[in-house]
Write a protein that binds this ligand. Structure first.
Ligand code: TYD
Length: 249
């Protein structure tokens, strides 16, 4: 389904596990909502809804064939669950907000399915089960070397989740690169941001990428020019504000 044009914008964050997309998606939401004068809402996939809850349980137990066989799904079933969770997410949460003019910032979206699920499945099939998912207006990919992601994952939790192992993430990284190249050829709006520096620096780059997107929309009919002008003048959150926000969890 192509973007039907609800007034709110859908911005998706993508990256390897450990790339910092959750932190940056939350900081962008805060900046848009509390500084830049645009209503914004943070959300995440897999969701906390009924289908997302099944997925999260499966992700937590990478070796569940031994410990909890009822949590084990074959790759195609898991891919269908991710796609179903996404459509449910759209219906219940994302679309109503976009229709009210709220910007929705999604921590992972369709490209995650293309990068992770197509490791073991036909990419065309994965694309096809996701074809009813609304296209995002902008995708921000946080580019972080695999080794840094693995270090961050190890520091975050001792028990790795389903995809959180070096061999799998190396293949996911390769898939992301292929997908991004293909999307750039199709003029899909995707911005690559270096996610290696400290959070405040990455946030500045994310805000720049977001401003670039809104700058281009300025001349379009139906866009609120004053609102966009105000957003373009708003500086990013400063390092101290970010430190306080991160400390508050
Ligand atoms: P989670 O711990 O919720 O996210 P993160 O570690 O990024 O904060 O785990 C989400 C995992 O699910 C992550 O390994 C990527 C994977 N995933 C898919 O494989 N396909 C998808 O469509 C989505 C949304 C996530």
């Amino acid at each position: 389904m192509q973007h039907a044009g609800p007034p709110g914008k859908l911005i998706a964050f993508e990256g390897l596990d450990g790339s910092g997309q959750t932190t940056q998606a939350k900081l962008l939401t805060l900046w848009l909502d509390q500084r830049a004068g645009m209503k914004a809402h943070y959300t995440k996939e897999p969701t906390s809804g009924p289908i997302g809850t099944i997925i999260k349980r499966a992700l937590l137990q990478p070796d569940h064939t031994k410990t909890a066989p009822e949590l084990s799904y074959n790759p195609a079933t898991l891919a269908l669950l991710f796609a179903a969770d996404r459509l449910d997410h759209l219906e219940r949460e994302i679309l109503p907000l976009l229709r009210r003019g709220t910007c929705v910032i999604s921590d992972r979206y369709t490209i995650s399915s293309l990068a992770y699920q197509s490791l073991e499945l036909d990419p065309k099939w994965v694309r096809s089960i996701n074809r009813y998912a609304l296209s995002p207006d902008l995708t921000i990919f946080l580019n972080v070397p695999l080794k840094t992601c693995l270090d961050r994952i190890r520091n975050r939790h001792p028990q790795p989740e389903l995809y959180e192992n070096p061999a799998t993430l190396q293949r996911v990284e390769h898939r992301y690169r292929q997908i991004i190249r293909a999307l750039q050829r199709q003029r899909y709006r995707i911005e690559i941001v270096d996610g290696t520096p400290p959070p405040a620096e990455v946030h500045r780059a994310v805000v720049e990428a977001t401003k670039k997107f809104f700058r281009k929309r300025r001349a379009r009919p139906r866009e609120d020019e004053d609102q966009i002008a105000a957003l373009l003048k708003t500086p990013p959150l400063n390092p101290e504000e970010i430190r306080v926000h991160l400390a508050a969890g």
